[in-house]
Structure formats: C-alpha cells, structure tokens
Ligand binder design. Structure first.
Ligand code: ZN
Ligand code: ZN
Length: 341
C-alpha cells in the first residue's frame, strides 16, 4: 500500500510517499481503507522530533475514518463494509482504567502514530474495539474529527471542567482545531463564550460559531481585556489550548475557576503564581484525548447538528508535507483533512 513515512525528524519535507506492506490482521483486528485523515498539531510535534520517545520511520496520523475491508476471525461486532472512525489511541481494555471507562488514562500502549501505524496511509489496522460506527448522515471527513479534536474538546469542557449553562468560558487558540469545536459545544451547553484569537480576520467566523465575545490579541496578552469584559470577575472556566499562555489564562480566571490545559503547541515551562492559585482558589488540570464513550457522544453531536466539524480544506495524501507547512503557518481555520491519493 501507499503510505506517508516520517523518514526523519525535521521539516515537512521529511514526510515521504513510500510503498509499504499492507498491515496483516490479528485475530481481533479490522483492516480499514482510510477515507479521511485529520492533520493534528500532535503530528507536527512528532514530525519535528518534539515528542519524547516518539520514533521516526513511522506513519503519522491518529484522526481517521474509513471503510472496513477485512476483519479478523474473532471479530463479531463489525463486518466488511462498515463505516468507522478510529479511537485516537491504543488501549489495553483490561486495566483498571479501561474497565471503568477511562481509556484515556490507559498507559498500556500508546497513540497509533507514536506506536508505528498511523492514518496517513491507504489502510490502517485497528483493534476492533477501537473502531466506532459512523452514523449514516456523517461523512468520512467529518467523522475523522470525532475522536480528536471534537472528543478531546468535549472531554475537557464537559467531563473535566463541568461547564454548565450560564457560566462564562474563555477559549484561547479559538480558531484552532480544539477551539472552534469547543465554542460550538460550550454554546450548545448554554455557556457564554469569550474566544481569544491572534488574528482579527478570524473574529467574525468565531462569532458565527457561537462566541459571544472575541478578544483579538496578536501579542498574546489578553488577561486584562478578558477581565474587563467580565466586569472584573474573570471567567468561570478556561480552556488553555496553547500552553505557553497559561499565566495569561490564570489571570483571566475568576474566583473558584477551573482551568483545563489541553494544548501545548510550543513545549516549554511557564510561570505559575502559587499566590494566584491560592487567592482565587483555582483548579488547574490537564486533559488529553477522550474516552471511547465520549467519541460516540461526539459522533452523535455531529449527527444531530449540534457540532459542525470545521474543515479548512481537503488535500490529497501526497500533499501531506504541504498540509503540515500550512498548519504550521497558522493560515488555516479548522482541520486540514487528507483524502484520496
Ligand atoms: Zn489530534
Ligand atoms: Zn488499559
């Protein structure tokens, strides 16, 4: 089969089209013909060699949707022809966390792409339990985003932060893959959304998606403006989608606020004031990926029209390097999807 191989760590030109063996199915696996693969910031970090322990010589991509073309002999819950999306990481299904429905905490195995086999390929092998049926009215391109970023966004907003109707939520990196879906989910929950973006040209689109207020901060300084727009109360909940802006986000959060950190686009340490955490009784927590059930919920939200997957453009797999360069330039609104060869 054709696949995009990460030949070495470095710039996007390290993504090379190669002919590799089609995966051989294990007893409990399904073979999926990839119809759509999302390009995630995680892929960029992996490609650049910024993910600890992530190997080169592998196929990237953990946002996948496609059609089952073969099933292992022990697979009973799927059949050939089923349209499925893949859960974004491998899990063991047997540890305490998996058995209580927290596949996102399973440490037994890693992301598909960090493992070896990702979605930038003609076919991907998935454990049958990781393949989730796509509702009929959801396209492959939309379904590729159900696990990451939409499931990831939902886990952070709903399950971790516990956002409720009437609360104010700050969403930074608002036009990125996480942000533009968080806006829609938060709005559907009845929350008041303050979106932060570095690009004034993106403000109107963010309002269309459900932001009540958009703060444009090209220099990354937004805490004072958010403070003013909340009548100096600060927000109840904050989604830290960038990482390096955490100190700004903490300052924009009010008493008893909950901050969820789920993006780390420029991996480096940031300053945190213990006095601020204590004084405002803040709760800061990390979040990543989603549970299997939350991916099913995301698909249902897409199917019912509550969340519209934001797709910037669809490019052929052979242009994976260009797709990475585009995402790096931040000139995209939503996900770039790879589809067709
Ligand atoms: Zn992703
Ligand atoms: Zn497990």
């Amino acid at each position: 089969m054709k696949a995009i191989i990460l030949s070495d760590f470095g710039d996007p030109s390290q993504l090379k089209v190669e002919e590799v063996p089609t995966p051989v199915l294990g007893t409990h696996d399904v073979l999926v013909q990839v119809k759509a693969a999302g390009v995630c910031h995680h892929d960029l970090l992996h490609r650049a060699g910024k993910l600890t322990g992530a190997p080169k010589g592998v196929i990237l991509g953990h946002e996948v949707a496609g059609r089952i073309v073969a099933i292992g002999p022990a697979v009973t819950r799927h059949q050939v022809g089923d349209r499925v999306t893949g859960y974004q990481r491998r899990f063991c299904g047997q540890c305490r966390d998996c058995l209580r429905g927290r596949q996102d905490l399973c440490r037994a195995v890693s992301l598909p792409a960090v493992d070896t086999e990702g979605a930038y390929a003609e076919y991907i092998r998935l454990p049958a339990v990781s393949a989730i049926r796509i509702p009929d009215n959801v396209t492959y391109q939309q379904a590729a985003l159900a696990s990451c970023p939409i499931g990831t966004a939902m886990r952070a907003l709903v399950s971790q932060a516990g956002l409720t109707a009437g609360e104010t939520v700050l969403i930074n990196g608002a036009s990125g893959g996480l942000g533009i879906h968080q806006i829609q989910i938060a709005r559907a929950l009845g929350a008041h959304v303050i979106a932060v973006t570095g690009d004034a040209a993106k403000a109107s689109r963010l309002k269309e998606l459900g932001a009540s207020s958009v703060v444009v901060a090209p220099d990354g300084n937004y805490s004072a403006e958010v403070w003013n727009r909340t009548s100096k109360h600060g927000v109840d909940v904050a989604m830290e989608n960038l990482g390096f802006t955490l100190s700004q986000t903490l300052r924009a959060t009010g008493m008893g606020g909950r901050i969820v950190v789920l993006g780390n686009i420029i991996p480096k340490a940031v300053e945190v004031s213990p006095g601020l955490l204590i004084g405002r009784r803040l709760r800061v927590q990390g979040s990543g990926s989603a549970t299997l059930d939350e991916v099913s919920q995301s698909l249902a939200m897409i199917s019912s029209g509550i969340v519209t997957p934001q797709i910037d453009r669809i490019m052929p797999f052979t242009q994976a390097a260009q797709a990475h360069a585009l995402l790096e330039s931040r000139q995209v609104h939503g996900r770039i999807i790879l589809s067709e060869w």
